[in-house]
Design a protein. Structure first.
Length: 133
């Protein structure tokens, strides 16, 4: 959509979306992905290696907020696309950090923002429609 070459993903899990992002950036691009769970990071790394995309992806293990803060402190080059797909309670924090790691024209994508027909409220609770889904 924008020819992104630098992508930040917050939430790796098994690396499915990471693989698509890595394909999208091409051979000269880079994906940095944040994952809290060591098991998920190992599974993702294996999947990326089998797909021959491992050289395009750097998995940062640890709490995403700390990883993002570190990238900001190090004045990491801005990202062209940022995909937020991690624990929903911290979406506001992730969005704030994403804005600091972006440049004019960066595309920000947040997965599962609307759930059960409602947007998460400040308490992190889903709207009453969630029970009907």
């Amino acid at each position: 959509m924008i020819g992104a070459r630098r992508v930040l993903e917050i939430g790796t899990l098994g690396g499915y979306s990471t693989s698509w992002l890595a394909l999208g950036v091409g051979e000269s691009g880079k994906v940095i992905t944040c994952e809290f769970e060591p098991l998920h990071a190992r599974v993702a790394r294996g999947n990326l290696e089998r797909a021959r995309l491992g050289d395009r992806v750097e998995i940062k293990l640890g709490a995403s907020q700390a990883t993002l803060d570190s990238l900001i402190t190090k004045r990491t080059e801005a990202f062209d696309l940022i995909f937020i797909d991690a624990d929903k309670r911290n979406n506001v924090i992730y969005l704030q950090r994403a804005l600091e790691l972006s440049h004019p024209g960066t595309v920000l994508v947040s997965d599962n923002v609307v759930r059960g027909g409602a947007i998460l409220d400040d308490s992190g609770q889903l709207g009453s429609q969630e029970a009907d889904v």
